[in-house]
Design a protein around this ligand. Structure first.
Ligand SMILES: Nc1ncnc2c1ncn2[C@@H]1O[C@H](COP(=O)(O)OP(=O)(O)OP(=O)(O)O)[C@@H](O)[C@H]1O
Ligand SMILES: [Mg+2]
Length: 427
């Protein structure tokens, strides 16, 4: 190659090298641009990271707070869980109690509806029955669950005749209808205000004999007789103050809390105490026609029962019905000691000095076996029969007087009855 060709070749090579150099320069510029963009991106990302870091730092206290709250909530939850299991245990206990109470209520309802409320065994708090041989003052209940058979009339007149024969007689009105109290003409308001009525004794005295003695009031037209009455003042300030209210209270107490004291022996506690031995010779109890709290108190204190009957078609059933109930109470040892002195026919009719035939037959039939079967041992009918005489009894009632003291004929009848009663008691 000649020199020109060599220069040309070199010049071409030089131009190529220059072109490559230019290209390299462009690439460098391009890369510089890329580098600058990448830096920009990196800066932006770094800023984002630092922003995140800042926000995270800002969230930290909130997270700490939340953690605290969570731990408090956990503790509270624990406590509530414990409380809840306590409640569940208590609830189970309460359910047990409710089931027990339900059973008791069912038992009580059964007891009530079957009339066995007083047949529960005597509780340890019951007053003991002091034998008559030790006391010497017989206590007699005049009793029949049938109304209007003459219980009050017989109590009053038997008492009056005993008083007329020198006995110191105590009459007690156990019926909240208080016919005997009315009959004996006592100052009812004064007795009530001074809380000297039977219900005050039953409610307040826990069987205290001194309290019962303070309730005794002389009977106006019957010498030798005293009465413990029961009274009510219609517009009294103190409510629930009648014998009826008191009996409801005693019955409720007996049904709901037997351990609270035996409400059946309050009269027994007082009448069987020494304080009474020297004060009276005989006690007659006018029972109501229902087995109320006062009635069971009277029966549980009694040595004897007299059962008046009227000789109508239903009356024949009334004595066996009563005797069956009393027998159950005797078997339950509530009336362990009571004896039936006899069935007393009241309001009978005579013809030519003889009991009319239908009455004779009724008495014979009853005496035959019905009353014995009901009581479980021999029961006799009193020889004495009380004649029906509406006028004489009505007049005596009107005048607050006693037919046994007013009419010679009834004086004889009741004297005969008295002798028979005293004679039967001695047997
Ligand atoms: N033998 C008789 N002859 C006529 N009337 C009588 C006779 N016996 C009682 N009576 C009258 O019969 C009515 C009822 O008598 P009483 O009040 O004594 O019966 P009761 O059994 O006590 O009644 P309750 O069950 O309501 O207490 C009274 O009016 C009374 O005067
Ligand atoms: Mg009566």
């Amino acid at each position: 190659m000649n020199a020109d060709e060599a220069v040309r070749a070199i010049s071409e090579q030089l131009q190529h090298a220059l072109a490559d150099l230019e290209k390299t320069k462009d690439e460098r510029e391009f890369l510089k641009g890329e580098l600058a963009r990448a830096r920009g991106d990196l800066d932006a990302e770094q800023k984002m990271v630092s922003d995140f870091q800042n926000r995270i730092e800002g969230l930290n206290p909130q997270i700490e707070n939340l953690e605290k709250n969570v731990s408090i909530a956990e503790k509270t939850l624990d406590q509530k869980t414990r409380e809840l299991s306590g409640f569940i245990a208590k609830n189970q206990e309460a359910e047990g109690e409710i089931a027990k109470l339900r059973n008791e209520i069912v038992n009580l309802a059964e007891t009530r509806t079957s009339g066995r409320i007083w047949e529960q065994p005597l509780t340890p708090s019951a007053a003991a029955f002091v034998p008559l041989t030790e006391r010497g003052v017989p206590i007699i209940s005049i009793v029949n669950l049938k109304g209007g058979v003459g219980k009050t009339t017989i109590t009053a007149n038997l008492g009056a005749i005993l008083g007329a024969h020198g006995k110191r007689v105590l009459l007690i009105d156990l019926d909240y209808q208080r016919s005997l109290t009315e009959y004996c003409n006592v100052n009812k308001d004064a007795l009530h205000v001074n809380k000297r009525s039977l219900q005050h004794f039953l409610l307040k005295a826990s069987g205290d004999p001194a309290y019962l003695l303070r309730c005794c009031e002389p009977v106006l037209n019957a010498p030798g007789c005293k009465i413990i009455g029961n009274t009510e003042i219609k517009d009294a300030k103190e409510p629930a103050d009648s014998l009826e209210d008191t009996e409801m209270y005693l019955q409720a107490q007996w049904l709901t809390n037997r351990a609270g004291g035996d409400v059946r022996t309050l009269l027994r506690r007082a009448l069987h105490s020494r304080a009474f031995y020297s004060q009276f010779d005989i006690v007659l109890l006018d029972c109501p026609p229902r087995l109320s709290a006062a009635c069971i108190n009277g029966l549980a204190a009694s040595d004897f029962a007299i059962v008046p009957i009227e000789l109508d078609s239903l009356a024949a059933l009334s004595a066996p019905n009563l005797l069956r109930k009393m027998r159950k109470l005797k078997e339950a040892k509530v009336l362990e000691h009571i004896e039936v002195l006899g069935v007393l026919a009241n309001s009978v009719k005579f013809h030519n000095g003889q009991l009319i035939r239908v009455h004779r037959d009724m008495i014979a039939e009853m005496a035959d076996k019905r009353i014995d079967e009901a009581w479980g041992r021999k029961v006799t009918v009193f020889e004495t029969k009380i004649k029906q005489d509406k006028v004489s009894f009505f007049e005596a009632l009107q005048r607050n007087r006693f037919v046994a003291l007013l009419s010679p004929e009834f004086g004889q009848t009741f004297t005969k009855l008295m002798d028979e009663v005293l004679g039967r008691m001695r047997k």
